[in-house]
Design a protein around this ligand. Structure first.
Ligand SMILES: [Cu+2]
Length: 118
């Protein structure tokens, strides 16, 4: 009885170990399109990080992890403007000029965020 429990424990450890190493290999093989934390997560009516600082030329991706739709619209409403993003949808914009870009969600205008490009 005791040895059987131990065997199950070892098997679980091996399976978890294999899964982890497989995951790491797959992660390394992917092109690094979002290097340096250039992703903004939308969840619970919040953009996180609320202020993101990136170098010029960075493509920032917003991904909606909330269970209701949100949008990503620049303050001037013309620099960038996403469609309504459903859960797990994403939107990307490449910042080719330095500056501070404030943006908001047009569905919930109290949701605001900022990208600082330098
Ligand atoms: Cu919203």
């Amino acid at each position: 009885m005791k040895s059987r429990v131990k065997w199950i424990g070892i098997t679980t450890a091996v399976i978890v170990g294999l899964a982890l190493s497989a995951g790491m290999t797959a992660g390394e093989a992917q092109p690094k399109t979002n290097e340096g934390g250039s992703q903004v997560k939308i969840d619970n009516f919040t953009f996180a990080p609320n202020t993101l600082t990136v170098p010029v030329g960075t493509t920032v991706q917003w991904v909606n992890r909330d269970d209701i739709p949100h949008t990503v619209v620049s303050e001037d409403k013309s620099t960038f403007k996403s469609k309504a993003l459903d859960t797990d949808d994403n939107f990307s914009y490449t910042f080719s000029k330095a500056g501070t870009y404030s943006y908001f969600c047009s569905i919930h205008p109290k949701m605001t965020g900022k990208v600082v490009v330098q």
